[in-house]
Ligand binder design. Structure first.
Ligand SMILES: C[S@@+](CC[C@H](N)C(=O)[O-])C[C@H]1O[C@@H](n2cnc3c(N)ncnc32)[C@H](O)[C@@H]1O
Length: 258
């Protein structure tokens, strides 16, 4: 029984060699190796003469997933038509990762995925779009992987190497999710946790890769109650308001005396 790295080498997937992703993948996937999982990979590959358009090339990683998850169903998506035959457990869709209709078509057929891998255009806008669109189609306990996040630092790929806080890059979008994971800890009773906040429990930043775990985020804060700080049984926010009002009252009374 081969591990993921051996299968990547066998099928010439660049997930090992050119990159070093297989050990990371396996650490999240091993527990489901023998289960009837569903996995979607955006980007089928097959690079020749400067582009990916050859319909008979690519699918190296799809073969790797097929052989790793012996009972798995594998979906691939590519902007180019791909005519590679990889057996009846693998299906390749054509379309763009930034097209809602394409993504809905895949979701309609597979319902929910255990794993989603984004190895497509690597443009920040597309990466963020696909994540927002597909996260609800990830099973509870599932993982979403984003490869080649170095693109967030390269201008030609929609990244920014000069202003590292540029809100448009994928890396910065996922840094923002860190606050959402901690929504219970934000001292602001007006903070509204969204679907991502309520369903994310892990975000891992690796070199060139981000991994997000979907799971109900229900752990309560050990300090705040409903996003308020209690001081001696009183809400800290209410206490601050009281002190502020008291200050105004004191100023008012002082002006009367003078
Ligand atoms: C790095 S290759 C994928 C390699 C493949 N995942 C593997 O590991 O064997 C990137 C692929 O993404 C595809 N692609 C580029 N832009 C895309 C988009 N907007 N939507 C879907 N696929 C796209 C390219 O045609 C190319 O096949």
């Amino acid at each position: 029984m081969k591990n993921l790295k051996q299968l990547a080498i066998k099928h010439k997937s660049d997930k090992h060699g050119s990159h070093f992703y297989t050990d990371i993948y396996e650490s999240f996937m091993f527990a489901k190796k023998n289960k009837p999982i569903k996995i979607l990979e955006i980007g089928v590959g097959g690079y020749i003469n400067g582009n990916y358009s050859d319909p008979y090339l690519g699918g190296e990683s799809l073969k790797m997933w097929r052989d790793y998850f012996k009972k798995g169903r594998i979906a691939g998506l590519d902007i180019f038509k791909k005519e590679i035959k990889l057996g009846n457990r693998v299906k390749i869709f054509q379309g763009s990762q930034n097209n809602t209709t394409t993504l809905s078509q895949i979701v309609k057929e597979y319902k929910k995925f255990d794993f989603i891998v984004d190895d497509g255009s690597h443009k920040s806008k597309d990466v963020i779009f696909s994540f927002k669109c597909l996260f609800s189609s990830l099973k509870q306990g599932g993982y979403y992987f984003i490869e080649d996040t170095q693109s967030s630092y390269i201008r030609e790929l929609g990244g920014d190497g000069a202003y590292l806080n540029n809100k448009k890059t994928a890396v910065n979008y996922f840094k923002g999710l860190v606050d959402k994971i901690n929504y219970q800890e934000i001292e602001n009773p007006f903070y509204e946790p969204d679907y991502f906040a309520k369903n994310t429990t892990e975000i891992h930043f690796f070199h060139n890769m981000i991994v997000i775990k979907k799971e109900k985020n229900l752990e309560k804060s050990n300090i705040l109650v409903k996003n308020r700080r209690l001081v001696g049984g009183t809400s800290y926010v209410a206490l601050r308001k009281f002190i502020k009002n008291f200050k105004y009252l004191a100023l008012h009374l002082k002006s009367k005396i003078n």
